[in-house]
Ligand binder design. Structure first.
Ligand code: GTP
Ligand code: MG
Length: 366
């Protein structure tokens, strides 16, 4: 997972850091440094002379003069310290920072990181390093720490789904939405499996009445998982099937209702209105957007638009197992201000991984 972004970040962070390390080495600054170094050696000799004087004075045992000499030595030491700090630190100006950051920006863009996320990471890093004394040889570490902290703050937190179900109303209603082929039906089956393994019962509702095969697909999962599927005929009103599913759960004391919906493009007004109707009728406890991690920026844009339409509560990113870029995983929570709940990591029922931002940060090499 996310190998491309990891490698690119490693390469560009290192390049960026070297440029910052070297950024004060203009001709004038080098001269300045040499001057400082010369002064330093002169001062050292003076100190040595003072030391000798001190020893002589100690032998003579003249306390008053001895005190004076100690103060002088202290002063010289702090002067030396200041010089040393100048030589051992570097600084990067606002202008150079923008110039150096460009490669990092391109690396993130190429790996589907959303532009607003790149902007945030850039501003965080700017605050941390521009016009600050940075220890030479430590710049890469400082840059990495800043990026790590910045990426860490991109993720919204989500409390455990099972806990929400147990603490929520009964039946707990979840509607899954997203574009065509994103993995909604597969993810519902995975969630049904998870719920079952945790001793809760559920029904799955075939509210994708748009495609005949969609109903059949959910029924097959139902058979394998031994979970009931509520369905109407192909072409019927999806909101009505969903409503029936909830009624069924209420009458049978079922814990969770998992509602499958048809894939729809955010640009299709009729289908988006149909989705809003399903939401109105079912009044779900959770609206989960299913996004395909590999579609990168498209996934980010879709999540935003679905969020605008129905105010989603969380995101499940599917196909993370085949996503080498990872930009969507980094960006989608930040742009919607909603949490990523799970990652889909394969086609099997068990391939549903609780989202853990620390693991993402680690998989990016931080
Ligand atoms: N590798 C991988 N494949 C997945 C994952 N989730 C779903 N798929 C596959 O993606 C394809 C589409 O999945 P569906 O669950 O049918 O998607 P959908 O959103 O219900 O599609 P529509 O109902 O047509 O909108 C199937 O072949 C799934 O096996 C995942 O996490 N990893
Ligand atoms: Mg489906």
């Amino acid at each position: 997972m996310f190998n491309f972004l990891k490698d690119k970040l490693k390469e560009t962070v290192s390049k960026f850091s070297s440029k910052v390390e070297e950024s004060t080495e203009t001709e004038e600054e080098v001269k300045e440094e040499v001057k400082i170094e010369e002064n330093e050696s002169k001062e050292e000799t003076k100190v040595e002379v003072e030391e000798k004087k001190k020893i002589k004075e100690e032998v003579k045992e003249e306390p008053k003069e001895k005190e004076q000499t100690e103060e002088e030595v202290k002063e010289k030491k702090s002067f030396l310290g200041k010089i040393k700090e100048k030589v051992t630190t570097t600084k990067v100006s606002e202008k150079k920072f923008d110039e150096f950051f460009w490669d990092l920006e391109v690396a993130m863009l190429e790996n589907n990181v959303a532009s607003e996320v790149i902007e945030k990471i850039k501003e965080d890093l700017r605050t941390d390093i521009v016009d600050q004394p940075l220890k030479r040889g430590k710049v890469e570490e400082i840059v990495k720490d800043s990026l790590k902290e910045s990426i860490d703050s991109l993720f919204m937190n989500y409390k455990d789904l099972l806990k929400s179900i147990k603490e929520g109303k009964k039946p707990f209603v979840i509607v899954f939405v997203g574009v065509n082929g994103g993995g909604k039906t597969t993810t519902i089956a995975k969630v049904a499996n998870l719920v079952k393994k945790n001793n809760l019962n559920s029904v799955m509702v075939a509210a994708d009445t748009f495609r005949a095969a969609a109903i059949q697909q959910l029924e097959e999962h139902g058979k394998k998982l031994e979970i009931k599927v509520i369905k109407h005929d192909y072409g019927s009103d999806p909101a009505a099937v969903a409503f029936d599913g909830i009624k069924h759960a209420e009458s049978k004391n079922i814990d969770v209702v998992l509602i499958d919906t048809a894939g729809r493009l955010q640009s299709n007004k009729n289908l988006m209105d149909e989705m809003k109707k399903i939401i109105r009728v079912t009044n779900p406890d959770l609206k989960i957007f299913i996004g395909e991690s590999i579609t990168g920026n498209d996934c980010i844009e879709q999540a935003k638009q679905f969020n605008d339409a129905i105010k989603i509560d969380g995101i499940i990113l599917t196909k993370a197992d085949v996503d080498e870029k990872g930009g969507a995983a980094i960006s989608v929570s930040y742009v919607t201000q909603e949490p990523i709940m799970y990652l889909g990591t394969g086609q099997e029922y068990e391939d549903l991984k609780e989202f853990n931002s620390k693991e993402i940060i680690e998989s990016l090499g931080f």
